[in-house]
Ligand binder design. Structure first.
Ligand code: PHE
Length: 327
């Protein structure tokens, strides 16, 4: 008898309910009318008085153990239930932290939109160029110091394949394949072998503009630049400073001043397309004229976001980039 009681106790102790019905089944199995414990009590009938006393006590102990097991399982199940009730699946979840556009992209997008509003078409050119598109067709004479204005990275020694030093090469590519009227902008990375410092880098971004049609004059160029300035820096001043580029004549540099006593910062080069360049791409300079400009995106972003070090753009520092999340 004692062995039987021990076995039943051992089995009962391993019980673990997964759902309420398990507890009920367990209860019936042990305590139900024909359950294991009442059957044990029934068996006492045939025993002697002392045995009855002894085993009766053991069976009662078993009963209270079984009752404890039932209580314990009930408690655990109701706690589980409470937990799942506490979870409200209809609540909005935590959102991912949003990324931010890079300040260079933001300025680029802004300028592209400004020019698209007045009918300029966005087009692309390669970053790996040949000497002809980057220099020769743009009227940089062979062996001329003008080439040294832009210190060049060559892809391989003694070849004419290079990383473009400016986006003006896109002017050539477009004019060669499309007759006037032409009204395009193009943006992208350009490369120059320069010492990296707070105000210059070996890689930066430009937006090139080109307008070729009959009767295009310097007045058109100035007005377009004025429109650009108004669209980005409402209360600023611009200054047109004579300059030199082999592919424009006359050429100018545009400086911008944000506040009346503030410094002037050079932001773009421009000019009327040199007739020699038009000839190089098969456009008759007697019939057509044009203007072109090249904007330094980093410079505009420096002004717009008051950034004081050009290297910050390329460091990928997560203390810097998320600041441009708004807008
Ligand atoms: N390509 C010139 C530069 O990188 C800028 C420029 C573009 C000047 C178009 C005139 C016309 O400095």
């Amino acid at each position: 008898m004692i062995k039987k009681i021990k076995e039943i106790q051992k089995e009962a102790s391993g019980f673990q309910a997964v759902k309420l019905q398990d507890i009920e089944d367990f209860r019936i199995k042990y305590l139900g009318k024909n359950g294991l414990i009442p059957t044990l009590f029934g068996e006492l009938k045939n025993l002697s008085k002392t045995e009855k006393k002894r085993f009766g006590g053991n069976i009662n102990l078993l009963k209270s153990i079984v009752l404890d097991i039932i209580q314990k399982n009930k408690k655990e199940l109701s706690e589980e239930e409470k937990k799942s009730e506490e979870m409200d699946f209809t609540l909005p979840g935590y959102s991912w932290e949003l990324g931010a556009r890079h300040p260079i992209s933001k300025v680029k997008n802004k300028i592209v939109k400004i020019f698209e509003r007045i009918g300029f078409l966005l087009c692309k050119g390669p970053e790996i160029e040949d000497d002809w598109h980057n220099f020769t067709a743009l009227n940089f004479p062979e062996q001329h110091p003008a080439r040294e204005m832009q210190d060049t990275f060559f892809i391989e020694k003694n070849t004419d394949i290079l990383l473009r030093t400016h986006t003006s090469s896109v002017q050539i590519r477009y004019m060669k394949n499309n007759p006037p009227p032409i009204r395009i902008i193009s943006n992208g990375r350009v490369y120059r072998n320069e010492v990296i410092s707070s105000h210059s880098h070996c890689m930066f971004h430009q937006i090139e503009g080109l307008f070729v049609d009959k009767g295009v004059s310097f007045a058109d160029l100035k007005q377009t630049i004025q429109y650009l300035k108004h669209s980005i820096f409402v209360n600023s001043k611009i200054r047109v400073r004579p300059s030199y580029f082999p592919f424009t004549a006359p050429s100018a540099e545009i400086d911008i001043q944000l506040s009346s006593n503030g410094p002037w910062l050079e932001v773009l080069g421009c000019g009327l397309v040199n007739p020699k360049v038009l000839k190089n791409v098969g456009i008759d300079p007697e019939v057509y004229s044009g203007f072109a400009f090249g904007i330094g995106i980093e410079r505009i972003a420096l002004l717009l976001y008051q950034i004081n070090d050009i290297r910050l753009y390329f460091d990928n520092d997560l203390r810097f980039l998320p600041q441009f999340r708004s807008e």
